[in-house]
Write a protein that binds this ligand. Structure first.
Ligand SMILES: [Zn+2]
Length: 409
């Protein structure tokens, strides 16, 4: 991609309402654009990152045995009334009406929709277990939406739902889902605390949050550096866990953290209230055992930036970077332009993802933009490098650059 043609350029200053580092850097870098409070457009650079994260999540969900669905955003009020959540869900639903005055919720989560589908499809234990997921647009009617992509009113979420005949089968899947989540976070470069938490308005008695330690995080987590035990502060108060690890009796540490994912053991909460039953081996009708598992894709993207940045800009981990190489031509001599064009064509043909800054801008502007955008490798072509038939290669995460012969590339 030629940067001169790319829609969405870097900004000199961050939007004045931006407080979180990720909000500032993603806006300044030309990744996102705010339409209204908590509502964002992903510009081409930002959407590339979003899609890379989606694909990592998708591959781990497929490996777990999940089948990809796409459920509607609009869900009828009657469905939400069956579980009682039309009135009680927190934050309250975004509600809309059709021209017949029928009300619908813009889905913040899809337990009702998938449970309705299950009760019409699952007849016997032979239809179980199965798991379904989607990566789809969600809505949250937040009172305040600040923090950029950390707390939005519209966002893409990966939500997975699993259906089981018995508790033992559920527990086995639940363990595998937690392992898949840990793998997803590792693949995007993050370490998470798997922290015990309360089910909130989704429900369940065993729920875990995947917490990414970061100063900007709205959650507080107690964790044990010795055995890995972690618990959300609110839940710790409920459970009367204080300074000592209940597992190994060592002292607990505390951190602010961003909740990037959560898994819930739902039991029969939804299947019971909605009548999603199956006939078991013994011929008895029983409610299906369920679990649900969510990851906010945009929030994860913001969390990555919160962890991987310096004062100059973002430092994308390779697996989620919008491009692999940021090629910069310095000076506008025809020799430099010709050589840079040639390298760009060659790399692109080889299948490398290259962002090529071919603008007629000063070296200072171009190099500052490269640091801000944060592509893992920067390749500079200038009169000086060409004297040695070389390009100057610098990793965004390192301080020093090295020259590499063009013929060897
Ligand atoms: Zn411990």
């Amino acid at each position: 991609m030629r940067y001169s043609k790319l829609f969405g350029k870097t900004l000199r200053t961050a939007p004045k309402e931006a407080e979180a580092i990720s909000h500032k850097l993603l806006a300044k870098g030309g990744f996102i654009d705010q339409l209204a409070a908590g509502i964002y457009t992903f510009l081409p650079l930002g959407w590339r990152v979003h899609q890379k994260i989606e694909n990592i999540i998708r591959s781990e969900m497929d490996a777990l045995g999940g089948q990809e669905f796409s459920m509607p955003v609009l869900a009828p009020k009657t469905l939400w009334q069956e579980t009682g959540r039309w009135e009680t869900i927190d934050p309250p639903l975004f509600v809309t009406r059709d021209r017949h005055e029928k009300e619908y919720a813009l889905g913040p989560t899809h337990e009702e929709v998938i449970t309705d589908l299950a009760r019409r499809s699952v007849k016997s234990y032979k239809d179980l277990p199965f798991s379904a997921y989607q990566i789809q647009d969600k809505f949250r009617n937040e009172l305040r939406s600040t923090g950029g992509l950390l707390r939005t009113r519209e966002f893409f979420m990966k939500d997975l739902y699993s259906f089981h005949a018995d508790e033992a089968d559920f527990k086995e899947f639940f363990k595998k889902a937690i392992a898949a989540y840990t793998k997803i976070f590792n693949r995007v470069g993050l370490k998470t605390l798997v922290s015990q938490a309360s089910g909130g308005s989704i429900g369940g008695d065993i729920t875990y949050e995947f917490q990414i330690p970061a100063p900007v995080g709205e959650d507080q987590v107690f964790f044990c550096e010795s055995c890995g035990y972690a618990i959300n502060r609110q839940f710790a108060e409920e459970k009367k866990v204080k300074n000592t690890c209940p597992e190994c009796k060592k002292k607990l540490a505390q951190t602010n953290a961003i909740e990037a994912g959560q898994v819930f053991s739902l039991g029969t909460k939804y299947s019971g209230s909605m009548g999603a039953n199956f006939v078991d081996r013994d011929g008895k009708e029983k409610p299906i055992i369920m679990g649900c598992y969510g990851i906010g894709v945009g929030r994860l993207m913001a969390a990555i930036v919160e962890v991987f940045h310096d004062k100059l800009g973002i430092i994308w981990p390779e697996n989620v970077a919008p491009f692999g190489i940021h090629l910069v031509s310095i000076g506008n001599s025809s020799k430099v332009t010709k050589k840079a064009d040639e390298i760009y064509e060659k790399l692109t043909k080889k299948g490398e993802e290259v962002l090529y800054d071919d603008r007629d801008e000063s070296p200072g502007v171009k190099l500052a933009d490269a640091d801000l955008i944060g592509v893992p490798e920067r390749w500079v072509v200038s009169e000086t490098t060409l004297k040695k038939d070389s390009v100057e290669i610098k990793k965004r995460s390192e301080k020093t650059a090295k020259l590499a012969k063009i013929s060897s590339l």
